[in-house]
Each structure stands twice: as C-alpha cells, then as structure tokens.
Design a protein around this ligand. Structure first.
Ligand code: NDP
Length: 396
C-alpha cells in the first residue's frame, strides 16, 4: 500500500495515472501535480470514469525546489514519479534528497540552454542518494527503459557476450497532421536535430544529424521502413553494463514529410534554442514553435496504426553465435481505447508505472542512482506482458 506523487500532466503523465489506477493493490493513493490544475483535473476525470479511482490534484512548479519540498512534506508520498520535462530532473532529485523520498523518471536531464542530454548530471547524485538511503531509477520509459530491460534479460538468459546491439524504434502510425511530434515538441526536436553518435570498439563515433539510414523490415505486417541513426541516452549506460559489447547503435523511423518540415523549420531558424528579441520581449523560437504545434496529448483520437520498438542483439552463447530480436508492437487505437492516449505516450507511461511498482514492492530496491539494466529483468518482463506491452522474441 503506497502513495505515489506523479509530476507532469502531459501525454505520458496521463497514461501513468490511468495505469497506476488499474493497480490499486500497489498504488493505493495517487496524487497528480503539475503547474496547470485544469490539465490534472481533465486526467483525473477520465481516470474516475474509466476505473472509479479518485486521484488527488495539486499544483506545483517543479523547477522550484522549495515548493516541491513543501508539497512532499505535506502529502508524504513514498515515491516521486517525474513525467514532467527533463529540465525538472535535477530540481526534483534535490527535493527528494531534502525529504528522503525515492525518485523515478523517464528521460535524462538536459540543461535548457544546451541541447545536450547526458547521465553525468544525474549520476553525480549517486553518493548523496546512497547516504540518504534513497533510490533513483533513471529512464523508466520505453526507450530508454524497456529497451534496457530487454538487453538485461537477453544478457541474463541468452548470451554470454553481446557483441552488437541495434535498438530500432519504429512508429508506423499516422496522426494525419502535416507536422506534429508524438511527445513534447521541444524535447523531441532538440533530440532529433543533434549530431548522431554510436559506440564502436570502446569509443563514440559522431555522424552528421540524420545522415545515416538503413531500411529495416519490421515484423507482423508492418514491413520495410527507413530508419535513421541517432544518439539516444540508453546507449550511454548500456555500453557500461553489457558484457563484451563491440558496437551499439540507435535507429528511429521518420517519414519524408516529417523530415522535410523539420529541415525547413531548421533552415528558417525556428528550432533555435537561444532567445531572439521580438517586439521588446525575448522569445526562444523552439518554445514558440511548441506553442503553435499540436499538444502530444491531443493526438490520441487522431492516430492510427502501430509502433514497433525493439532490440536486435548479436553475440555468443556457449561458444555459438546467435542473433535475437526482442520487440513490442503497440496499437495507437487500442491505447486510445484503453486510456485515451496514443501509443507513444502509452509505451512510455506503462513502463513508468511498472518501474514504480518494482520499487514500491521492494523487487527493485537499492540506495543510490541506477539505470534500468542494473536490476533483475525478470519481474519487469513479466509485468510488461500483464500490463499492456507484451513482447515477442525471435531468433534471427
Ligand atoms: P508533455 O509536454 O505532454 O507533458 C509534460 C508536462 O510537464 C506538461 O503537461 C507540463 O504541464 C508539465 N511541466 C512542465 N514543466 C513543469 C514544471 N516546471 N513543473 C511542473 N510541471 C511541469 O510531454 P510528454 O508527456 O510527451 O513527455 C513527458 C516526459 O516523458 C518528457 O520528459 C519526455 O522526454 C519523456 N518521454 C520519455 C520517453 C521514453 O521512452 N523514455 C518517450 C517519450 C517521452 P503544465 O502545463 O501543468 O506545466
């Protein structure tokens, strides 16, 4: 019986609240807090209608540590589940340290003024979390998150050494909009416009943004799609935690239409993250762009099709070479029917709930700051099948 404080009432936050409300034997009390009360209230109404569970609402600016500390002291949660934005990771970790409460998130910290995401800022909290005897679980979404757990499961049961890892993220869905992003537009565009990076023979190799591509033939009728090499945060921890790794890469599918819009927006300066003076005010172009693009949460009823995210792993077991593909396919329409959200929010929110469940049930419990692959993957893999993200494994 535990009390979870969920921070961030966006697309992912909505799924997390709906999913926690389906598991009241673990999440016996749920509070949702964000800056905008009306967003929380809309989610709480939907949860009440679908599950009968009453969720409490609070407002908080998670950038303000003192405000979060006061909220935590007042409502006394057992866990803070951060599904606001990566900018809030460090202030929320500070608030958890000040109050002695466990922490979980789905995306690593990035400073607002530099589009650079790295674990170094959060890993720097390790000793302080250990001393305070509290735990932080980093990146409990799908990628990072489930992809890390797939790797840990493959390493535990199927490989002595994993030599090559390709994480492949395919969204074969369509929302019918000329241009929209499936999660927070600012974070999404910052990520995609960065230089690519993969790991080979012990070092990072950089590529120009979206300059490398391959066509991958996705299973279960999805078929061939063009995927682009990108840097993605789970590579940073996986290269430390997988045995014998020689190469690790991350790929994502994009449509020509998406890439054309993105190129134009970049060329005209609309993806800039530095302030521009306009009519006496400082405006950050990418923040203005976010304000005119559709909210990810609004894409739920519009999106059709499926996602397919998985890991292709090549290595050896008992001296024999093997290659394995572990993946999940998630339907946008089914996710919408169940919780009122599209599959990108769904595939992130479900693992966030499961990660919190692992911690609150004491199955994953260790003081310090941890990545997903550092825990026993088996109970998490079992819960993926139970709570809506079943996986398939094929020998290639
Ligand atoms: P949204 O933009 O839909 O939601 C983010 C919410 O955070 C907003 O609704 C906003 O609500 C709230 N928020 C922002 N700033 C603050 C603040 N200072 N204090 C309190 N609340 C705040 O984004 P998504 O739901 O799409 O994404 C949420 C997180 O999930 C992001 O960090 C994203 O990177 C991560 N993600 C991870 C994935 C994975 O697989 N690991 C995949 C997809 C997303 P308000 O208006 O009330 O401030």
């Amino acid at each position: 019986m535990s009390h979870v404080l969920i921070i961030g009432a966006g697309g992912v936050g909505s799924v997390v609240v709906h999913k926690c409300a389906q598991v009241t034997e673990v999440f016996s009390r749920i509070t949702l807090a964000s800056r905008t009360a009306s967003k929380c209230e809309a989610i709480v109404r939907s949860v009440k209608e679908r599950t009968g569970v009453q969720v409490a609402v609070e407002t908080v600016d998670a950038d303000n540590v003192a405000e979060t500390v006061a909220l935590i002291r007042r409502i006394k949660p057992d866990l803070v589940l951060n599904v606001a934005l990566p900018y809030q990771d460090l202030p929320l970790m500070d608030a958890c340290l000040a109050t002695g409460v466990d922490y979980l998130d789905t995306a690593n910290y990035e400073p607002p003024d530099v589009a650079k995401f790295e674990y170094k800022w959060q890993w720097a909290y390790r000793e302080r979390f250990e001393k305070a005897n509290i735990m932080a679980l980093l990146g409990s979404g799908f990628d990072p998150g489930v992809t890390n757990v797939y790797c840990a499961w493959a390493q535990k049961h199927h490989f002595d050494e994993i030599h090559q890892l390709d994480i492949i993220d395919c969204n074969a869905g369509d929302h019918g909009q000329a241009f929209a992003t499936n999660f927070n537009p600012e974070i999404n565009i910052r990520e995609i416009t960065q230089r690519g990076r993969y790991w080979e023979h012990g070092e990072w190799v950089e590529t120009d943004p979206l300059s490398w591509s391959m066509t991958y033939d996705f299973p279960e009728g999805i078929g061939p799609k063009k995927c682009y090499l990108m840097y993605h945060e789970e590579l940073e921890s996986l290269v430390h935690n997988l045995n014998g790794l020689k190469r690790a890469r991350f790929w994502m599918t994009f449509s020509e239409q998406y890439l054309t819009h993105l190129r134009v927006l970049e060329n005209v300066g609309m993806t800039r993250i530095d302030p521009v003076r306009y009519q006496g005010a400082d405006i950050v172009p990418i923040q203005f762009l976010k304000a005119v693009l559709p909210e990810p949460a609004s894409l739920g009823p519009l999106t059709k099709g499926r996602t397919c995210i998985g890991c292709v792993l090549t290595g050896v077991k008992n001296g024999k070479a093997r290659q394995m593909y572990i993946y999940n396919i998630c339907s946008h329409e089914e996710a919408y029917r169940e919780v009122g959200s599209q599959a990108i929010s769904y595939t992130t929110g479900v693992p966030a709930m499961i990660g919190a469940k692992m911690m609150l049930q004491g199955l994953w419990k260790r003081a310090g700051v941890w990545n997903m692959e550092e825990f026993d993957p088996d109970p998490f893999m079992a819960d993926l099948n139970t709570y809506g993200l079943p996986w398939t494994v094929v020998e290639l």
